[in-house]
Ligand binder design. Structure first.
Ligand code: RRO
Length: 339
């Protein structure tokens, strides 16, 4: 692509930008989504933003049965982030289908439904139950929740196990776009990504939280009742960016949904440049429930003021050599001066 300035915005002029993206075969009006687990099934955000205005709402991981989750306390603030030890609390898929998904569909929101199971069969059951429901545009297969009793049951820590889940979901929900959500807590996220892609994932969500621990300075005991928890927020942004970068380099045609500490339009832009097709805004909503809408507005300004006519033009930008991005003709050069 040509005629852009990658440097910080220098003027406030607002050129129109085509924000639409195709994520795992799903056409979305823009590339900013919520992140699973940070706003239940979207209702909590209603006073702060229009859920239909976002690219999509990614719902809290749903399981077959209702679940109360881990004991409290299950959240702890950490430097530039937070730990959670929720433990897959949720109403179960039947209540979700009765109550939550219709609410999103009635508002015209696109729902990416996150599913979590304790076995391959449970993932398949969830996929079959959700397939074709109004409002659902894709399944996010959460195989990377860190808050489980047995690390051996984190499917995303083993490429073969991850692939088995993805293949089962694909079989159970033919025609449904499938994103697999991966963990950064592995030796090679690229190996897991390759296995998921081979098993039929239409895209990947990168990344889930990192396994962490906080010790209370007064009691000198773990801050979380569950002892360990998932680390999220700006503290993990470089890890998430690194994962997006590595996987995009290995699988440049596979759509990636970037997530991890995104709280501004510029953060979102850097994920797109690293190779993400879209981004999810998660932990930022705890401090600013309107964050996904704000990030979208800021992203549009970031793109426009750099001379990008379409989001698609910036995806993977950071991987291209500087020479390849040089303006190629007089018209491009003129546009370049503006940006
Ligand atoms: O519910 C949780 O404790 C949880 C999940 Br499902 C997840 O995928 N990631 C996370 O940090 N917490």
């Amino acid at each position: 692509m040509t005629g852009v300035s990658v440097f910080a915005p220098q003027y406030p002029a607002h050129q129109p930008v085509d924000l639409s993206v195709s994520l795992a075969g799903v056409r979305l009006p823009n590339p900013v989504l919520t992140a699973s687990g940070c706003a239940a099934a979207g209702r909590e955000l209603e006073p702060f933003l229009d859920v239909a205005s976002l690219g999509a709402v990614v719902t809290k991981s749903i399981m077959v049965e209702p679940r109360s989750g881990r004991p409290t306390p299950r959240m702890a603030e950490t430097p530039s982030g937070m730990l959670n030890s929720i433990g897959l609390q949720g109403p179960g898929v039947e209540e979700f289908c009765r109550h939550d998904l219709p609410w999103l569909a009635e508002r015209g929101a696109r729902a990416v439904v996150s599913i979590a199971g304790e076995s391959v069969e449970e993932y398949a059951r969830l996929a079959a139950r959700l397939r074709g429901r109004p409002g659902l545009v894709a399944l996010e297969v959460n195989i990377s929740c860190p808050n489980v009793a047995d690390r051996g049951s984190v499917f995303a820590c083993d490429p073969m196990a991850a692939a088995r889940v993805v293949a089962a979901v694909r079989r159970a929900a033919p025609g449904t776009p499938v994103l697999a959500k991966l963990s950064p807590d592995v030796t090679s996220i690229v190996d897991v990504a390759l296995a998921c892609a081979e098993a039929g994932a239409h895209g990947l969500t990168l990344i889930n939280t990192l396994l962490g621990l906080a010790i209370d300075g007064d009691t000198l005991r773990p801050s979380l009742a569950g002892v360990t928890g998932g680390l999220s927020g700006p503290a993990i942004r470089p890890v998430a960016l690194r994962c997006v970068w590595q996987v995009h380099q290995a699988l440049p045609d596979l759509p990636l949904l970037g997530v991890g500490g995104i709280s501004s339009g510029l953060d979102a832009l850097t994920f797109l440049a690293a190779g993400a097709t879209a981004v999810s805004v998660g932990t930022a909503v705890f401090g600013d429930p309107g964050a996904p809408a704000r990030v979208l507005a800021e992203l549009e300004i970031e793109l426009s003021s750099r001379g990008f006519a379409a989001v698609a033009d910036v995806i993977g930008y950071a991987h291209r050599s500087a020479e390849a991005e040089e303006p190629s003709g007089p018209d491009d050069a003129a546009v370049g001066e503006l940006g």
